[in-house]
Ligand binder design. Sequence first.
Ligand code: SAM
Length: 313
Amino acid sequence: MLRDAAALEALEAATGQAERGQSAYWKDGVNTFEVKADGTVAGASVLGMVSRKTGPLHRLMHWVLQFPFRRMGARFTPLADSLDIGRLIARRQHRAYTYDLLRHSLTLALVRHFVPLDRLDEVSAVIGDGYGMMASHLLLANPGRKVIAVNLTKPLLLDMVFLRQAVPGVGIALVRDAADMVAALADPTVNAIAVQADNAAALTAAPVALAINIVSMQEMEPAVVAEYFRILRAGRAGRTAFYCCNKLWKRLSDGTEVSFSQYPWAAGDDIVLDEMCDWSQWVYSKTPPFWHYRKGEGRVIWHRLVWLAKDGS
Ligand SMILES: C[S@@+](CC[C@H](N)C(=O)[O-])C[C@H]1O[C@@H](n2cnc3c(N)ncnc32)[C@H](O)[C@@H]1O
């Protein structure tokens, strides 16, 4: 298992390599930005927007435009604290608290409302994060609980670069297999465990009690999605909650159709929440009428929180 700077350097060295988990969409997607182990980032990214406009006027504009979104999350009790965590991440990364960060703060509030995250002998996993946004929220909400981040190699490096800014002093381990995973879990100085998508099976060696996937399964081949479900159902935690927020339907650039209802859900899954995701369905901009609804086929974003039926249960 590699640690900290060595882990990031190994990810940087591997960025050009072919990956089985890369859909047609992501074969191009990873070429839209550059990231280095020393934290240098360049290029427009399909992973979301990072705005450096942090002056008082821009802050006020986001705060006003985010009002309806805060209301959408009002029914989840840890909302205020979750929003504070998001704002702290923005400050530490010298970026504006934009729509993308807000979506992740709202997700944190929702998840904390339903899923206890205080057990430190269990871990949370984020599949397909962006700029380490969800992993940062989870680590700052429950500092003693390890978080696993699974992603394609280059976006994973970007996740770790931003995570290091959001959580100063964070201990990072790059894990490649089950033996590495056991070592990382046993090491009290490791907070974040980075796993390249093609090594995702290493997760079966971890007690993953919460997994989160936000608008990324919609860009994976169905076989890759099925493998993630298999891994989560096989994992060592007695119970595993899965928060899944994705388009109901999408056609990938090679013509493959992916559908939320066709993910390998099981009859024994215990559904806690299952509805359209308001804060993903609406988006804001500075162009009137400021709040825009994503209309039309292929634009409906759904979220579901389930306790997964586990293997052998
Ligand atoms: C549109 S971005 C979403 C980023 C973030 N979750 C958000 O909501 O803004 C999709 C993410 O899925 C990741 N991804 C694509 N294929 C993957 C795979 N096979 N395993 C894990 N992550 C993958 C991409 O690298 C990217 O980080």
